[in-house]
Structure formats: structure tokens, C-alpha cells
Design a protein around this ligand. Structure first.
Ligand code: ADP
Ligand code: NA
Length: 326
């Protein structure tokens, strides 16, 4: 018997990058062997900023390809698209009734998003965490994997679920626990900011070897190392950080030593990284191309996931409707 159910959702941002893989997907893959995992492509959440909704289906499909190629196995976990199980919107409405508005506007991520989209602070953006809570509650997740920065959201979900159960004198909903995982924060090719599609400082998992090499060659290294003859400091160099992920320990050690005494130049160092990165991503790319050659099979996996998710959702909503009096 598995030690409980894990739920996690990610907005369909299309092709995934190294940050998504190392910071999330890799952990999803590890969890599926131990837990009963439900992974959702949260397309309704992606609507909150109303950007590129025309690409939504394609972005969901591309993300599914990346998840499957990275090793998420539909035999071991449920992979589906959020909007394919519309019960989540009903639970969202019900949960909104036990949610004080001030709690939502106090959340740090809301404040940040409101700063980023000052002209489009719609109700959906404010209610984002309620929809997230509805997802977690609908699938009766015991565990939600989070990085430290998402802790306030899960705390909000726990409180909302507790509040629902208290108000309707029920235990229809399960209070989840945070599964804090020590995932790395991957920096972008600028070497400064978190790797992100919106900052265009990312390297896509599915990029061609040539594109990957070109992105790696444009990475910012130790800014104090200007001439080839200057010694560098690997401790502040994102190329070195990536070598630690993609290169063998002997090569990493060689670079660590040679960079500090200007024995190896940044261009050579980056070419080695690109080569190792490409070698390590090739099996993923082959699997991805294989899935992409059979899109019907990918959609079947997603639809089958939605069917299995619906079974759980219907059980929950049966109890929720009874508790509420609907
Ligand atoms: P969402 O808003 O749905 O979380 P993102 O594309 O921002 O969508 O991120 C998806 C997942 O990938 C999240 O778990 C996020 O923490 C992780 N992630 C994204 N970028 C990075 C990064 N540069 N380093 C580590 N993890 C990342
Ligand atoms: Na995010």
C-alpha cells in the first residue's frame, strides 16, 4: 500500500526548460514509485492572465510530451488536463464561500502578480489559490510537493480546507501536508535570474543539439574574468554549476582547477558543457520525438488520466454536496 496521495499541478507553459525539469519534473518522476500521484496540467489556472489562450491546447500537449518523455508513466500515475474534470470549478465556487477576501490579497504571490499585471487584476487572479485548493481537495491529496517559496499557498489551502470541514461539520475534505523538497533553483543563461521562459533565459529540454550549443555559448560566466588569461572563479559561474549537473566528476574537477589558473577558457568550457548536456538529453529527445509521432496516443493517455481523475473527483463531490446540502 502506498503512503498516501500526492497532487501537483503546473500551468501549461508549453515546452519545458531545464529549470522545470530539475526543479519539478525530476521530482515528479521520483515520487510516482512511492506515492499515488496525480499530476495535472492546470489550463484553467493559465487563463488568469489571458495571455496566449489560442496556444493553450498546444501548450498542454507540449508539456505532456515533456512529462512523458522525462519518465512520468501513466501506468504509475495519473496525468491529465485540469479542465477535463470540470468538478474542480464547482468545488472552487463552494470553497470561495469560506474564503475571506483579505487572506487572498495578503498572499505574497498575489501582490507580486498584481504588480506584474496592474491593468488586469481580475477576480480569477485573486482567486487563483482557491482554485488551487479546489484541485488539492478534489483529489484528496495527502501530500503536495512544494519548494519553500510556495509554503504560504499550501498553508492557505490547509486553512481553507479546515475551514470548510469546520463550517459544514464534515470531514469530506482532506487536509494536505507539504512535502518540502530540496530542489535546486536553476539560473538562466544570464547567470543572474531564475531560468524562466518569460525572461527568455532558458534552455528547452527539446531544443536541438545546435540550439542547445548556441544557448550554452551565450551563457554569462564569471563577470570578473574578462580576458582569456584572467583566472576565473567557478563558484560564481553558472556554466560551472551546470557542469556539476551534466558532466562527470573528473571533468568537473579538472575545470574547477584549470579555470582558477586560466588553464581553460570559457569557450572551451562551454563547448564541453554543451556536448555533455546534449549527450545527457538525447535519450529524452528520442522518447519525446517518438511520442510526438503518435499524438493520438498522447491524447488517449490524457483522456484516460481524466477518466481516472473523475472517479476520485466524483467521490469527493458526492460527500461535499451532501455536507453542504446541495
Ligand atoms: P507554474 O507557475 O505552474 O509553477 P512554472 O513554469 O513557473 O509554472 O514552473 C513549473 C515548475 O517548475 C514549478 O514547480 C517551478 O518551481 C519549477 N521551476 C520553474 N523554473 C524553475 C527554475 N529556474 N529552477 C527551478 N525550478 C523551476
Ligand atoms: Na511558478
Amino acid at each position: 500500500l502506498k503512503p498516501g496521495r500526492v497532487f501537483s499541478g503546473a500551468r501549461p507553459t508549453g515546452r519545458q526548460h531545464l529549470g522545470n525539469y530539475l526543479g519539478a519534473i525530476k521530482n515528479y518522476v521520483a515520487l510516482q514509485d512511492e506515492y499515488e500521484c496525480v499530476y495535472s496540467i492546470v489550463d484553467l489556472h493559465a487563463l488568469t492572465t489571458l495571455e496566449s489562450t489560442q496556444d493553450l491546447r498546444q501548450n498542454s500537449y507540449e508539456m505532456a510530451l515533456d512529462w512523458l518523455a522525462a519518465g512520468l508513466d501513466p501506468q504509475k500515475c495519473i496525468i491529465f488536463i485540469q479542465s477535463h474534470v470540470p468538478e474542480v470549478t464547482e468545488l472552487h465556487t463552494i470553497l470561495s464561500m469560506v474564503t475571506p477576501l483579505g487572506k487572498l490579497t495578503d498572499l505574497p504571490t498575489f501582490k507580486e502578480k498584481a504588480r506584474m499585471h496592474p491593468h488586469n487584476i481580475n477576480y480569477g487572479l485573486v482567486g487563483y489559490p482557491v482554485l488551487m485548493t479546489a484541485d488539492i481537495a478534489l483529489y484528496r491529496a495527502n501530500w503536495v510537493p512544494v519548494g519553500v517559496d510556495q509554503a504560504p499557498h499550501i498553508e492557505f489551502s490547509r486553512e481553507t480546507i479546515r475551514s470548510f470541514n469546520f463550517h459544514f461539520n464534515t470531514n469530506a475534505l482532506v487536509e494536505p501536508q507539504m512535502k518540502v523538497t530540496n530542489v535546486p533553483k536553476v539560473l538562466g543563461i544570464d547567470g543572474q535570474q531564475k531560468m524562466s521562459k518569460s525572461l527568455n533565459n532558458h534552455i528547452e529540454l527539446a531544443a536541438t543539439p545546435e540550439e542547445t550549443q548556441q544557448r550554452v555559448l551565450s551563457m554569462v560566466t564569471d563577470p570578473a574574468r574578462i580576458r582569456r588569461t584572467d583566472p576565473g572563479n567557478p563558484d560564481v559561474c553558472n556554466v560551472f554549476s551546470m557542469h556539476k549537473i551534466f558532466s562527470g566528476s573528473e571533468e568537473v574537477e579538472m575545470i574547477n582547477v584549470e579555470c582558477r589558473r586560466a588553464g581553460i577558457g570559457c569557450v572551451d568550457c562551454k563547448k564541453r558543457l554543451a556536448k555533455n548536456m546534449n549527450a545527457s538529453l538525447q535519450p529524452f529527445r528520442d522518447r519525446r520525438a517518438d511520442f510526438d509521432s503518435k499524438p493520438d496516443q498522447v491524447w488517449d493517455i490524457l483522456h484516460d488520466g481524466a477518466r481516472r481523475a473523475t472517479v476520485i473527483a466524483e467521490e469527493t463531490m458526492h460527500d461535499v454536496r451532501a455536507a453542504v446540502g446541495l
